[in-house]
Ligand binder design. Structure first.
Ligand code: PLP
Length: 453
């Protein structure tokens, strides 16, 4: 083990130097992958020196998500204290299902969950869990709602047409989850949005009424805090009124930008959050912990128990249900995803998390201002978002992003809203500074000029 740790440190140092020297790894054409790297598994072991060399080759060619040229997705960067917590979790290797095998780690998870419940104004009856990703947090919320509105579903399956509602620009997991849980994709109603991608409460009300007339059972509404493309925030307060009127479960999918709850300047974007029945947030997005760190909280812990507990004598042998987290989780054996957020939170304090969130909005503002002040660019996204969407000259977004990637210049993706394609740059890596944002635009401009020749 000691030698492995030495090698680990050597490889980590190599990775960090690579991130500086080659912030975008040279991509391997997928057709060439197995010819370029020796990924085959053989009968004989590899010798130690070749093993280290091979690992370095793999590191060299793996996309660098912590570099200051990565603007591609809704995560990025590396916060040392969070990475430390995750590395410790690997070494400790507990499974979070019982207090007996996870001990204080259970307390760490519970502390985070209760703190978040308290921050968003949930009552003392609230509780939560860590799910294996934001899609699965949404799944758990949807299952709790299904079981609340049709308690027989747990034993008999779905017996009638239950309908659920989410905006046309919400995350695709809602439709997938509807199919997993026996509701069916066709029972997902797509609610129209305004010009900024925010769900229209009038259309929600209209579609609920239409389903009621047709004898369906509306049960669940998903609102989004930070839509995947534009980073738009649905009006939770307004939507919650519609949900109360029709007695429906309201979930807030904050996978992307739910972390605004940490910021005094931006928590107004989720005003009304205390009126929701459940809320999810990915700390591996805005808070910058390593993947995955997905939190789901709900107002009544009874709902978590009713949907997810199962007696198992071989597993639950000591302590009370409150500390045997397997009674409220999707999985049986479960990775410790809480420790990395706790080490980060403990080391920077809630004020430090607020600074992380605020910095990302600040960087996005700098990027938007640059675009607005340079006539070669057109802006398509809005204030209060860390997704900066734009086009450069008349270069098609897809062509630009793909060429920047293939030439190892920048990692950035493209998106679409109401028929308009654009580049989507995400300022979620909290380690980037103004210089990196400027460098992003400079790279595009220089690259475009050189490819014109
Ligand atoms: C990222 C995202 C998800 C999915 O989270 P995963 O952890 O990738 O499963 C769900 N909803 C929104 C709005 C997201 O941005």
């Amino acid at each position: 083990m000691t030698n492995d740790l030495k090698l680990f440190i050597e490889l980590t140092e190599f990775l960090i130097s690579q991130e500086h020297e080659h912030p975008v790894a040279k991509p391997i054409d997928v057709k060439e992958l197995h010819k370029t790297l020796d990924l085959n598994l053989k009968d004989e072991p590899i010798i130690d020196s070749e093993f280290a060399t091979l690992l370095k080759q793999v590191i060299e060619r793996t996309p660098k998500t912590a570099s200051t040229s990565f603007f591609n997705q809704l995560f990025g960067g590396r916060l040392g204290k969070a990475a430390l917590g995750d590395l410790l979790a690997v070494m400790l290797n507990n499974s979070m299902y019982t207090y007996k095998v996870a001990g204080p780690q259970v307390g760490i998870e519970k502390t985070i969950l209760y703190k978040i419940c308290e921050m968003i104004g949930y009552p003392k009856t609230a509780d939560g869990t860590f799910a294996p990703g934001g899609s699965m947090s949404n799944y758990m919320a949807m299952l709790m709602a299904r079981d609340k509105y049709d308690p027989q579903a747990r034993t008999e399956g779905i017996s009638h047409k239950m309908t659920l509602y989410t905006s046309e620009v919400s995350h695709y997991s809602i439709a997938k989850n509807a199919s997993f849980m026996g509701i069916g994709r066709n029972q997902v109603r797509s609610i129209k949005t305004n010009g900024k991608g925010e769900m229209l409460a009038e259309d929600l009300d209209r579609q609920i009424n239409a389903d009621l007339v047709n004898g369906h059972q509306p049960f669940f509404v998903n609102a989004t805090a930070g839509t995947t493309v534009l980073g738009a925030f649905d009006d939770v307060g307004q939507i919650s009124e519609t949900c109360k009127k029709h007695n429906l479960w309201l979930h807030l999918d904050g996978a992307y930008c739910g972390s605004v709850i940490f910021s005094k300047s931006y928590c107004h974007l989720v005003k009304g959050i205390s009126q929701t029945d459940s809320f999810s947030v990915n700390a591996h997005k805005m808070l910058g912990t390593p993947l995955s760190c997905s939190i789901l909280v709900t107002k009544n812990k009874t709902d978590l128990h009713l949907s997810f507990s199962n007696e198992a004598e071989y597993l639950y042998q000591t302590d009370t249900d409150d500390y045997n987290l397997g009674k409220t989780s999707l999985q049986c054996g479960r990775r410790n995803d809480a420790l990395k957020l706790w080490t980060l939170w403990k080391s920077v304090g809630s004020k430090g998390l607020e600074a992380i969130v605020d910095h990302q909005f600040e960087m996005a503002k700098i990027a938007r201002n640059y675009i607005l002040n340079h006539s070669d660019y057109t802006l398509y996204s809005f204030d209060n978002s860390i997704s900066v969407c734009f086009n450069y000259k008349d270069v098609p977004a897809q062509r630009l992003c793909t060429a920047l990637y293939e030439n190892a210049k920048l990692m950035v993706g493209f998106g679409n809203f109401k028929g308009q394609d654009f580049v989507r740059m995400v300022t979620i890596n909290s380690l980037i500074v103004e210089k990196d944002v400027m460098n992003f635009f400079k790279t595009i401009e220089e690259f475009e000029i050189s490819s014109d020749n």
